[in-house]
Design a protein around this ligand. Structure first.
Ligand SMILES: C[S@@+](CC[C@H](N)C(=O)[O-])C[C@H]1O[C@@H](n2cnc3c(N)ncnc32)[C@H](O)[C@@H]1O
Length: 307
Protein backbone atom coordinates (compact mmCIF):
# COMPACT_ATOMS: atom_id res chain seq x y z
CA UNK A 1 0.00 0.00 0.00
CA UNK A 2 2.72 2.29 1.05
CA UNK A 3 4.83 1.24 -1.94
CA UNK A 4 1.89 1.79 -4.29
CA UNK A 5 1.50 5.23 -2.87
CA UNK A 6 5.17 5.95 -3.43
CA UNK A 7 4.95 4.49 -6.95
CA UNK A 8 1.92 6.61 -7.73
CA UNK A 9 3.52 9.79 -6.50
CA UNK A 10 6.76 9.07 -8.49
CA UNK A 11 4.71 8.56 -11.65
CA UNK A 12 2.76 11.72 -11.02
CA UNK A 13 5.95 13.76 -10.46
CA UNK A 14 7.41 12.38 -13.70
CA UNK A 15 4.22 13.26 -15.56
CA UNK A 16 4.15 16.77 -14.17
CA UNK A 17 7.82 17.17 -15.06
CA UNK A 18 7.15 16.09 -18.67
CA UNK A 19 4.14 18.37 -18.91
CA UNK A 20 6.16 21.30 -17.63
CA UNK A 21 8.87 20.59 -20.23
CA UNK A 22 6.26 20.38 -22.96
CA UNK A 23 4.87 23.79 -21.96
CA UNK A 24 8.33 25.38 -21.77
CA UNK A 25 9.46 23.62 -24.96
CA UNK A 26 6.43 24.73 -26.97
CA UNK A 27 6.81 28.30 -25.66
CA UNK A 28 10.45 28.26 -26.78
CA UNK A 29 9.45 26.85 -30.16
CA UNK A 30 6.65 29.41 -30.57
CA UNK A 31 9.15 32.16 -29.76
CA UNK A 32 11.67 30.71 -32.21
CA UNK A 33 8.99 30.77 -34.93
CA UNK A 34 8.14 34.43 -34.26
CA UNK A 35 9.65 36.74 -36.86
CA UNK A 36 12.69 38.65 -35.59
CA UNK A 37 11.73 42.14 -34.44
CA UNK A 38 14.70 44.46 -33.96
CA UNK A 39 14.35 47.05 -31.20
CA UNK A 40 14.83 50.75 -31.96
CA UNK A 41 18.20 51.76 -30.51
CA UNK A 42 19.50 48.22 -30.16
CA UNK A 43 23.30 48.21 -30.17
CA UNK A 44 25.17 47.43 -33.39
CA UNK A 45 28.86 46.79 -34.00
CA UNK A 46 29.86 50.45 -34.36
CA UNK A 47 26.48 52.16 -34.17
CA UNK A 48 22.99 51.27 -32.98
CA UNK A 49 20.07 50.47 -35.25
CA UNK A 50 17.59 53.25 -36.00
CA UNK A 51 15.85 53.49 -39.36
CA UNK A 52 15.98 56.69 -41.41
CA UNK A 53 12.54 58.28 -41.40
CA UNK A 54 10.48 57.64 -44.54
CA UNK A 55 10.06 61.28 -45.60
CA UNK A 56 13.76 62.03 -45.18
CA UNK A 57 14.77 58.82 -46.98
CA UNK A 58 12.52 59.72 -49.91
CA UNK A 59 13.95 63.26 -50.12
CA UNK A 60 17.57 62.11 -49.80
CA UNK A 61 17.16 59.63 -52.65
CA UNK A 62 15.51 62.38 -54.73
CA UNK A 63 18.28 64.91 -54.00
CA UNK A 64 20.85 62.26 -54.97
CA UNK A 65 18.87 61.85 -58.24
CA UNK A 66 18.82 58.06 -57.84
CA UNK A 67 17.64 56.31 -60.99
CA UNK A 68 17.78 53.03 -62.91
CA UNK A 69 21.38 53.71 -63.95
CA UNK A 70 22.58 53.74 -60.33
CA UNK A 71 24.19 51.29 -57.96
CA UNK A 72 23.30 52.42 -54.44
CA UNK A 73 25.25 51.12 -51.42
CA UNK A 74 23.69 51.56 -47.97
CA UNK A 75 26.44 51.24 -45.36
CA UNK A 76 24.87 49.75 -42.23
CA UNK A 77 21.67 48.67 -43.94
CA UNK A 78 19.58 47.80 -40.87
CA UNK A 79 16.27 46.33 -42.02
CA UNK A 80 17.13 47.13 -45.66
CA UNK A 81 14.58 49.94 -46.11
CA UNK A 82 16.88 52.28 -48.07
CA UNK A 83 18.12 49.58 -50.44
CA UNK A 84 14.52 48.45 -50.98
CA UNK A 85 13.24 52.00 -51.60
CA UNK A 86 16.11 52.75 -54.01
CA UNK A 87 15.06 49.71 -56.06
CA UNK A 88 11.29 49.82 -55.71
CA UNK A 89 10.68 53.54 -56.07
CA UNK A 90 13.69 54.64 -58.14
CA UNK A 91 14.51 51.51 -60.17
CA UNK A 92 18.14 51.41 -58.99
CA UNK A 93 20.28 48.39 -58.17
CA UNK A 94 21.24 48.44 -54.51
CA UNK A 95 23.49 46.69 -52.01
CA UNK A 96 22.97 46.85 -48.25
CA UNK A 97 25.88 45.99 -45.97
CA UNK A 98 24.79 45.03 -42.46
CA UNK A 99 26.99 43.55 -39.72
CA UNK A 100 24.22 42.12 -37.50
CA UNK A 101 23.39 38.70 -38.96
CA UNK A 102 19.75 38.73 -37.77
CA UNK A 103 19.16 42.22 -39.22
CA UNK A 104 20.81 41.14 -42.46
CA UNK A 105 18.47 38.09 -42.61
CA UNK A 106 15.46 40.32 -41.89
CA UNK A 107 16.58 42.77 -44.60
CA UNK A 108 16.94 39.88 -47.06
CA UNK A 109 13.42 38.62 -46.20
CA UNK A 110 12.01 42.12 -46.71
CA UNK A 111 13.81 42.40 -50.06
CA UNK A 112 12.09 39.18 -51.15
CA UNK A 113 8.70 40.33 -49.82
CA UNK A 114 9.08 43.65 -51.67
CA UNK A 115 9.71 41.74 -54.91
CA UNK A 116 13.06 43.41 -55.63
CA UNK A 117 15.44 40.44 -55.21
CA UNK A 118 16.56 40.93 -58.81
CA UNK A 119 17.81 44.44 -57.94
CA UNK A 120 18.91 44.29 -54.29
CA UNK A 121 21.65 42.31 -52.58
CA UNK A 122 22.13 42.24 -48.80
CA UNK A 123 25.65 41.46 -47.60
CA UNK A 124 26.27 40.46 -44.00
CA UNK A 125 29.59 42.18 -43.40
CA UNK A 126 31.57 45.06 -41.97
CA UNK A 127 31.44 48.40 -43.76
CA UNK A 128 35.11 48.92 -42.88
CA UNK A 129 36.06 45.71 -44.70
CA UNK A 130 33.62 45.41 -47.61
CA UNK A 131 34.41 47.04 -50.95
CA UNK A 132 31.84 49.66 -52.00
CA UNK A 133 33.99 51.47 -54.56
CA UNK A 134 31.58 50.56 -57.39
CA UNK A 135 28.76 52.64 -55.84
CA UNK A 136 27.40 55.56 -57.81
CA UNK A 137 25.37 56.59 -54.75
CA UNK A 138 26.33 56.00 -51.12
CA UNK A 139 23.83 56.26 -48.25
CA UNK A 140 24.91 56.49 -44.61
CA UNK A 141 23.25 56.71 -41.23
CA UNK A 142 26.20 56.22 -38.92
CA UNK A 143 27.85 58.75 -36.59
CA UNK A 144 30.05 61.85 -37.03
CA UNK A 145 33.21 59.94 -36.11
CA UNK A 146 32.37 56.95 -38.37
CA UNK A 147 31.70 59.33 -41.28
CA UNK A 148 35.09 60.91 -40.66
CA UNK A 149 36.76 57.50 -40.58
CA UNK A 150 35.14 56.65 -43.92
CA UNK A 151 35.86 60.07 -45.42
CA UNK A 152 39.27 59.30 -47.04
CA UNK A 153 37.73 56.24 -48.75
CA UNK A 154 34.71 58.25 -49.88
CA UNK A 155 36.92 61.07 -51.22
CA UNK A 156 38.86 58.51 -53.29
CA UNK A 157 35.72 57.31 -55.03
CA UNK A 158 34.97 58.21 -58.64
CA UNK A 159 34.45 61.97 -59.00
CA UNK A 160 30.74 62.70 -59.11
CA UNK A 161 29.73 59.85 -56.79
CA UNK A 162 26.72 61.08 -54.79
CA UNK A 163 26.71 60.68 -51.02
CA UNK A 164 23.78 61.21 -48.65
CA UNK A 165 23.89 60.89 -44.89
CA UNK A 166 21.10 60.88 -42.32
CA UNK A 167 21.75 63.20 -39.36
CA UNK A 168 25.57 63.20 -39.48
CA UNK A 169 27.94 65.41 -41.50
CA UNK A 170 31.54 64.91 -42.66
CA UNK A 171 33.57 67.24 -40.43
CA UNK A 172 35.10 70.12 -42.40
CA UNK A 173 33.99 68.68 -45.76
CA UNK A 174 30.95 70.94 -46.16
CA UNK A 175 27.83 69.39 -47.67
CA UNK A 176 26.65 70.61 -51.08
CA UNK A 177 23.12 70.59 -49.71
CA UNK A 178 21.43 70.27 -46.34
CA UNK A 179 18.19 68.32 -46.67
CA UNK A 180 15.34 69.01 -44.30
CA UNK A 181 11.84 67.65 -44.34
CA UNK A 182 8.99 69.11 -42.37
CA UNK A 183 7.01 65.92 -41.78
CA UNK A 184 8.53 64.13 -38.83
CA UNK A 185 7.42 60.77 -37.50
CA UNK A 186 9.25 61.24 -34.20
CA UNK A 187 9.46 64.74 -32.75
CA UNK A 188 12.63 63.85 -30.81
CA UNK A 189 14.62 63.00 -33.94
CA UNK A 190 15.67 65.83 -36.25
CA UNK A 191 14.91 64.90 -39.85
CA UNK A 192 18.07 66.35 -41.38
CA UNK A 193 20.18 64.85 -44.14
CA UNK A 194 23.34 65.94 -45.95
CA UNK A 195 24.33 65.61 -49.59
CA UNK A 196 27.79 65.70 -51.21
CA UNK A 197 29.22 65.13 -54.65
CA UNK A 198 32.67 63.51 -54.47
CA UNK A 199 34.96 66.19 -55.93
CA UNK A 200 37.69 65.40 -58.47
CA UNK A 201 41.20 66.04 -57.14
CA UNK A 202 42.43 68.68 -59.58
CA UNK A 203 44.80 70.80 -57.52
CA UNK A 204 47.98 71.77 -59.36
CA UNK A 205 49.19 73.36 -62.56
CA UNK A 206 47.63 72.59 -65.94
CA UNK A 207 48.56 73.52 -69.49
CA UNK A 208 45.49 74.39 -71.56
CA UNK A 209 45.93 73.06 -75.09
CA UNK A 210 43.36 74.57 -77.40
CA UNK A 211 43.21 78.04 -75.83
CA UNK A 212 42.76 80.56 -78.71
CA UNK A 213 46.15 81.90 -79.95
CA UNK A 214 48.13 79.64 -77.59
CA UNK A 215 50.83 77.23 -78.77
CA UNK A 216 53.40 74.99 -77.03
CA UNK A 217 55.87 77.94 -76.89
CA UNK A 218 53.22 80.34 -75.55
CA UNK A 219 50.94 78.12 -73.48
CA UNK A 220 47.96 79.13 -71.39
CA UNK A 221 48.50 77.99 -67.80
CA UNK A 222 45.90 77.28 -65.15
CA UNK A 223 46.87 77.10 -61.46
CA UNK A 224 44.29 75.56 -59.15
CA UNK A 225 44.11 75.41 -55.39
CA UNK A 226 41.50 73.18 -53.82
CA UNK A 227 39.86 72.29 -50.55
CA UNK A 228 37.33 69.54 -51.16
CA UNK A 229 34.83 71.01 -53.69
CA UNK A 230 35.99 74.62 -53.16
CA UNK A 231 38.42 75.70 -55.92
CA UNK A 232 40.17 78.93 -56.81
CA UNK A 233 43.13 79.79 -58.97
CA UNK A 234 44.69 81.86 -61.69
CA UNK A 235 44.92 81.85 -65.46
CA UNK A 236 48.13 83.02 -67.12
CA UNK A 237 48.48 83.79 -70.82
CA UNK A 238 50.89 86.02 -72.72
CA UNK A 239 52.51 87.08 -69.44
CA UNK A 240 49.24 88.27 -67.90
CA UNK A 241 47.90 86.51 -64.81
CA UNK A 242 44.28 86.91 -63.70
CA UNK A 243 42.16 85.24 -61.02
CA UNK A 244 39.63 82.65 -62.15
CA UNK A 245 36.11 84.06 -62.04
CA UNK A 246 33.27 82.00 -60.60
CA UNK A 247 35.35 78.81 -60.42
CA UNK A 248 33.16 75.83 -59.55
CA UNK A 249 33.90 72.15 -59.19
CA UNK A 250 30.87 69.88 -59.34
CA UNK A 251 32.03 66.31 -59.02
CA UNK A 252 34.08 65.60 -62.15
CA UNK A 253 33.41 68.98 -63.83
CA UNK A 254 35.31 72.25 -63.43
CA UNK A 255 33.99 75.51 -64.82
CA UNK A 256 35.28 79.07 -64.62
CA UNK A 257 35.38 82.32 -66.57
CA UNK A 258 38.39 84.43 -67.52
CA UNK A 259 39.27 87.17 -69.97
CA UNK A 260 41.08 86.33 -73.23
CA UNK A 261 43.91 88.29 -74.88
CA UNK A 262 41.33 90.54 -76.62
CA UNK A 263 39.63 91.38 -73.32
CA UNK A 264 36.58 89.22 -74.09
CA UNK A 265 35.08 87.02 -71.40
CA UNK A 266 35.39 83.30 -72.00
CA UNK A 267 33.70 80.44 -70.14
CA UNK A 268 35.57 77.18 -69.72
CA UNK A 269 34.09 73.80 -68.89
CA UNK A 270 36.28 70.70 -68.48
CA UNK A 271 35.92 67.30 -66.90
CA UNK A 272 38.09 64.45 -65.67
CA UNK A 273 37.37 60.74 -66.01
CA UNK A 274 38.82 59.55 -62.69
CA UNK A 275 40.52 60.65 -59.49
CA UNK A 276 44.04 62.13 -59.89
CA UNK A 277 43.57 62.31 -63.67
CA UNK A 278 46.41 63.87 -65.65
CA UNK A 279 44.04 65.15 -68.33
CA UNK A 280 40.87 67.23 -68.48
CA UNK A 281 38.82 67.61 -71.64
CA UNK A 282 36.13 70.13 -72.39
CA UNK A 283 35.37 73.28 -74.28
CA UNK A 284 35.85 77.03 -74.29
CA UNK A 285 32.73 79.06 -74.96
CA UNK A 286 31.80 82.75 -75.02
CA UNK A 287 30.71 84.79 -72.00
CA UNK A 288 28.40 82.90 -69.62
CA UNK A 289 28.55 79.79 -71.78
CA UNK A 290 27.13 81.40 -74.95
CA UNK A 291 28.45 79.76 -78.11
CA UNK A 292 30.64 82.18 -80.09
CA UNK A 293 29.98 82.05 -83.79
CA UNK A 294 31.50 81.58 -86.25
CA UNK A 295 34.77 80.74 -84.43
CA UNK A 296 33.88 79.00 -81.17
CA UNK A 297 33.45 76.86 -79.27
CA UNK A 298 37.02 75.65 -78.95
CA UNK A 299 37.91 72.16 -77.91
CA UNK A 300 40.04 72.08 -74.79
CA UNK A 301 42.49 69.46 -73.61
CA UNK A 302 44.30 70.33 -70.39
CA UNK A 303 47.35 68.43 -69.16
CA UNK A 304 48.51 68.46 -65.56
CA UNK A 305 52.11 69.66 -65.55
CA UNK A 306 52.62 69.96 -61.75
CA UNK A 307 50.71 68.35 -58.87
C1 LIG B 1 21.46 53.88 -37.65
S1 LIG B 1 21.24 52.31 -38.41
C2 LIG B 1 20.84 52.77 -40.07
C3 LIG B 1 20.01 51.75 -40.81
C4 LIG B 1 19.68 52.12 -42.24
N1 LIG B 1 20.84 52.49 -43.01
C5 LIG B 1 18.71 53.28 -42.27
O1 LIG B 1 19.15 54.43 -42.50
O2 LIG B 1 17.51 53.06 -42.08
C6 LIG B 1 22.94 51.75 -38.53
C7 LIG B 1 23.09 50.27 -38.86
O3 LIG B 1 24.48 49.99 -39.04
C8 LIG B 1 24.75 48.69 -38.53
N2 LIG B 1 26.20 48.63 -38.26
C9 LIG B 1 26.88 49.11 -37.19
N3 LIG B 1 28.20 48.93 -37.36
C10 LIG B 1 28.37 48.31 -38.55
C11 LIG B 1 29.50 47.86 -39.28
N4 LIG B 1 30.75 48.04 -38.83
N5 LIG B 1 29.31 47.26 -40.47
C12 LIG B 1 28.06 47.07 -40.95
N6 LIG B 1 26.94 47.48 -40.31
C13 LIG B 1 27.09 48.10 -39.13
C14 LIG B 1 23.87 48.58 -37.32
O4 LIG B 1 23.63 47.22 -36.98
C15 LIG B 1 22.61 49.31 -37.80
O5 LIG B 1 21.70 48.41 -38.38
Amino acid sequence: MRLDFVGFSMASIALRFCAAWLVVGSAVLAHANEPYKPKLGQPGKDVMWLPTQDALMQRMLEVARVGPQDLVFDLGAGDGKIAIAAAKQFGARAVGIEYNARLAELAQRQVTQAGVSHLVKIIQGDIFKEDFSSATVLTLYLLDELNQMLRPTVLSMKPGTRVVSTSFAMGDWEPDEVIQVSATEDRYRTPTGYYWLVPARIEGQWQLNGWPESNPNAPAILRITQRYQRVAGTFTFKGVTQPLLGAQLKGAELSFSCVDAQGALKWVRARVQQQDAQEMTGEILGAYGQPETPVGPWELKATRIKP
